[in-house]
Ligand binder design. Structure first.
Ligand code: ADP
Length: 315
């Protein structure tokens, strides 16, 4: 598969602040590629350099074979960029906004068809300022796609959305990819990255820590299983602590939480069955992307960031 985005040793400072120290990544055609990292890691600066909105201090960037600085006009035709909240005039109507933005492109998509796809068909005459959070988000995705781009850059796709709107948006992004659009997705939501991305670049303190699939990232961290259940009868903990697969047993009210290695579930359920103890509401927690994130960056991911981002002047 050919690479559509190549970033090599990108470096960008704002005065004394090193926003991007050394970032390298390659995005293949047809991928949903995630850029994941803590707040301030340099994710937005990286994608703004990819979009040609900021001039790197050092490093090379190629997008669809174009140089984002030198070939900015041509790149704009081929790259869809999601507008940030607040960047659209509130009085403009949805249909007008799509027609206006479409007029900037050589081969725009049909605004009606796009509104249909994005569930905005009945909002054509609604002013942008009157849309709900979820509708505004869908409009910003529609605007990223109005130029029929080959590559779309989506930054904080579902920030500020409720869980249902977030899931709907994920489905939408999968549909967009199915139509052949390569997607570069900036996110700090673990669930979003895990669900959508084929590969993820984990960025921390302006550097690429690792590039891997979500499953590959999870496998990198030494992990334990956590088994939760409510025993049907009280039992002596030594029944479980004596098992070589088990590393710990704690009680939280009437719930028992057992930690252990990959084979702990088998060992624990066998012992319980032999002793006629029923494990009610049995639940197993496996390590996920969040554990990998914490292990690789030493930080906990934030849960939510403000929907409206304050973007200082560019370049
Ligand atoms: P992220 O998207 O991962 O949150 P950013 O790329 O927005 O990270 O920011 C990286 C670092 O650069 C942060 O320390 C941020 O405060 C700083 N920064 C971003 N934009 C500017 C700017 N225009 N002027 C000065 N510092 C900036």
């Amino acid at each position: 598969m050919p690479a559509v985005i190549e970033v090599h040793n990108l470096h960008k400072s704002y005065g004394d602040t090193v926003a991007v120290d050394d970032v390298s990544l390659t995005v293949q055609e047809g991928e949903i590629f995630g850029i994941l990292g803590p707040n301030g890691a340099g994710k937005t600066t990286t994608v703004e350099c990819v979009e040609g909105l900021r001039r790197p201090d050092r490093g090379e960037i190629s997008v669809l074979g174009l140089d984002p600085q030198r070939d900015r006009a041509e790149l704009t035709q081929q790259l869809g960029v999601q507008l940030q909240d607040g960047e659209l005039p509130g009085r403009l109507k949805v249909g007008e906004a799509l027609t206006l933005y479409g007029s900037f492109y050589r081969t725009p998509a049909d605004p009606r068809a796009l509104m249909e796809t994005l569930g905005l068909a009945d909002k054509s005459s609604t002013r942008c300022g009157k849309l709900s959070g979820g509708q505004r988000q869908r409009l910003s995705i529609a605007l990223a796609l109005i130029g029929n781009p080959r590559v779309a850059v989506l930054d904080e796709l579902t920030t500020g959305l409720d869980p249902q709107a977030r899931r709907d948006t994920w489905q939408l992004i999968e549909d967009v990819r199915a139509r052949g659009v390569t997607i570069l997705l900036v996110t700090h939501f673990m669930e979003e990255a895990e669900r959508l991305c084929d590969r993820i670049a984990l960025i921390d303190m302006g550097r690429t820590v690792v590039v891997d699939t979500p499953a590959g990232l999870t496998e990198r961290v030494q992990t334990e299983q956590r088994i939760h259940f409510r025993p049907s009868v009280p039992f002596d903990d030594r029944l479980l602590t004596g098992l070589p697969e088990v590393t710990g047993v704690v009680h939280r009210g009437d719930v028992v939480v057992v930690t252990g290695n990959d084979n702990a579930l088998n060992a624990v359920t066998s012992v319980l069955a032999r002793n006629n103890i029923v494990a009610r509401q049995l639940r197993v927690e496996q390590a996920g992307l969040e554990d990998a994130f914490v292990a690789l960056t030493g930080r906990r991911p934030e849960n939510e960031r403000h929907a409206s981002r304050n973007r200082p002047g560019r370049n």
